[in-house]
Each structure stands twice: as C-alpha cells, then as structure tokens.
Design a protein around this ligand. Structure first.
Ligand SMILES: *Cc1c(COP(=O)(O)O)cnc(C)c1O
Length: 379
C-alpha cells in the first residue's frame, strides 16, 4: 500500500512474463502503436504526441525540461512539496533561471500569487505537480494552465502520482506537457517514462536555437520512433523495454475498459471514505483541507506520543506495507498510504484494520472497529 510501485493486476504481471520478442516484431509493433493510441485516451489529449521511453518518472521530467528549455530561459516552479523542488534541480542543471513559489507544507500556492509572478516577468514555462507524493496535496491544474495560456507560457505538469487516478483533461485544459511513470496509477512495474506533448510544445521544441544537451532524452531521437510505431513500421533508436511495453498495453486496456472517468470516481470515492475513517481515529492528514487532498494517496501525521517506527513495524506485522514520510523537514512525523490503480474496498479495510490494531497495541485510545465502521458507512 505504498504510493508506488503499487500492486499490479495479475494480467499485467502475466504480460511481463511473455517471451521477449524483437522490438521490430510485427506483434510488438502493434502493441507499441496501440499503447501510444490508448495513452491519448487516458490523458484526454486526442492531438497530443505521446512518448514511451525506458526510464523512470524523473526521466520524463528531465525529458520535458531538456527539450523545451534553453539556457537562460525563465521558468516558474510551482511547488507543493519534494517533487515540485525536483523540477528546480533539473532546470538549474540545464542553465534555466528559476523562480520558485513554494506552498507551506500541506497547502497549495494561491492562484493570485501565480498570476502576480507571471505579470512580473516574462517566463518561457511553468512547472507544477498535480499530486505531490511527499505531502498528498492535490492542486487544480486547470486555472493554472489557463493563466499560462494568458501569459503565453508553456505549462508542464508532473502527473506521476495522478495520471489514471485523478481528473485530467490535458487538451481541454490546455496543458503542454503531462508526464508520468509506469509504476504509479498507470499500474505497470517500474521502468517506463510516459509523456504527452501538445502541438505547441512540439513547435517550441522545433524552434529552439540551441541543441538539446541531453542525448538520450532528445526528442529528435525519439519522435521518429514514436511516429514509426504509430504508423506500424519498424524503427530503432534505443531498444525499448519490450516486456514493460506489453504490460503497459495490458494495463491501458484495463484502464480504458473500466473507463477513465469511472476509474477516477472510484479513486475519489475510496479516498474520501478513507479520509473520513482516518479522521474517526482522531488522526490528522497533511493537506490542510479535504478539497486539496489527493485521491491517489493519503499522508497522515502520527498521533502525539506514538513512535512512528514502532507503528509502522506493527502494521507491517499484519502484512500491510505502508510508506514513511518523504519531506525532509517532517520526514519522521508522518506516514503515507497509497490507494491507486487496482485498489479495492478490501485493501483499505485491511489497512484500517492493521492500523487500528497497531494503535491499540501502542495504547492509543480508540475503540476497536471505529474507523472500519465509518469507512463502510461512507461507502
Ligand atoms: C514518484 C514520483 C516522481 C518520480 O518518479 P520516479 O519514477 O521515482 O523517478 C516524480 N513526481 C511525482 C509526483 C512522483 O510521485
């Protein structure tokens, strides 16, 4: 129950175990081409250019920045945690001038502050994190993307903990890049960087004055490959992660069969009931209010007087694996529970049961079954 890698569907794992074919085998070309097409459905970006490249979510972030940003470009970084700041690190490495707007822990950057910053200085791009996995804070990318359009600024969304789990309409909202990694809500073992670029993003990349200074991530190398697979033609730049791509197609089909809107609703319903259950135990979540709380994971403060390590190890002895804190300032003060992908009512009942038992063993005053009842009632 950690926020990635998540639990994978048996069919996805079975797809991983297929005999590895050539990357130019007709069957594999079909699988790759179909995966690119299915991505447009999940991202809601019918005119977007999808990329599937072996690597992690960080590579997808790197790819967005290295292709769109040139030295001395101004970029506005909107951060609600650990992963927001990672964009600043990447941008600095490529010589961009960054301005960071950092939300206090558990909050989002107010839209007025974003507009003030955009008015103040011409920016080439802005970056934002849909769900910051370190805090469990969810932002609304729609008004930010609208402001980006108004000030003619490219918008780049880190959707690693949101794509296929939170509401997203890339094209309608006008976001230029939405990126993710396979192991989170997309539901495929770690190893694929997934990215969708708008027509405008591709134009900006085509009009750059300096070469892309990252060889592996350069779209000049990958765009012809993506186009070839979609045209069902053989091509080669770097050997694709064949088995992972087969698993990706399987998972994208599962997502589209459930229906992306229905899937997001399932995440919202489970997450909202889970937060109520957590509140019933008098535990506090990191996000300052429920309307900025993610539906893909929940970050919870340890109650006063309870040792975090002891709590986590007691929970683990019930065979429930949860994650510790990630944000360095408060790393030892909270824990995180992932609930994305194939997550079910039963999974969260197991988490709440294990959490209650651990708390009771540590003499935290709650009645047995309290959160389970609230959770079931809310559903
Ligand atoms: C997990 C995560 C990343 C990094 O992805 P890796 O695959 O670990 O490189 C980036 N951003 C967010 C929001 C994430 O949750």
């Amino acid at each position: 129950m950690i926020p990635g890698p998540i639990e994978f569907e048996p069919d996805v794992l079975q797809a991983m175990s297929m005999a590895t074919t050539s990357h130019v085998a007709p069957d594999f070309i079909e699988v790759f081409g179909n995966s690119l097409e299915l991505m447009r459905e999940v991202w809601k970006a019918p005119k977007g250019q999808p990329f599937i490249v072996a690597g992690t979510g960080t590579l997808a972030m790197d790819m967005a920045i290295t292709n769109l940003i040139e030295p001395a470009d101004n970029v506005l970084v909107i951060s609600s945690g650990y992963f927001g700041k990672r964009f600043q690190d990447i941008l600095s490495r490529y010589g961009a001038n960054t301005t960071i707007l950092e939300a206090p822990v558990g909050e989002v950057v107010p839209i007025e502050d974003i507009e003030k910053a955009l008015k103040n200085k011409p920016y080439k791009a802005l970056t934002m994190t849909h769900v910051d996995t370190s805090t469990g804070v969810l932002i609304d990318p729609k008004p930010i993307a609208k402001l980006a359009k108004k000030y003619n600024v490219l918008s780049i969304l880190d959707g690693v903990c949101s794509v296929a789990g939170e509401t997203l309409q890339q094209e309608e909202w006008g976001i230029d890049v939405v990126l993710t990694a396979s192991q989170k809500a997309v539901g495929v073992p770690p190893g694929l960087a997934l990215l969708m670029a708008s027509e405008k993003a591709i134009q900006v990349w085509q009009n750059r004055k300096t070469p892309v200074c990252n060889y592996y991530a350069d779209w000049s190398n990958w765009l012809p490959i993506m186009k070839a697979y979609e045209a069902r033609k053989p091509s080669y730049f770097g050997t694709p992660a064949v088995n992972l791509v087969v698993a990706l197609e399987t998972s994208l089909k599962i997502i589209c069969n459930e229906g992306i809107d229905k899937r997001v609703k399932r995440h919202q319903k489970l997450a909202s009931a889970f937060r109520k259950a957590i509140a019933a135990l008098h535990l506090e979540i990191l996000p300052k209010s429920n309307n900025i709380a993610a539906n893909t994971l929940t970050a919870v403060f340890y109650p006063k007087g309870i040792d975090g390590t002891a709590l986590r190890s007691k929970i683990a002895s019930s065979n429930v694996i949860i994650a510790g804190g990630l944000l360095s300032e408060i790393k030892n003060d909270y824990f995180r529970i992932g609930h994305m992908g194939s997550v079910s009512v039963n999974d969260l009942l197991a988490v709440l049961g294990a959490l209650e038992r651990a708390l009771i063993e540590l003499e935290y005053p709650i009645a047995n079954g309290e959160s389970l009842q609230v959770f079931l009632q809310e559903l």
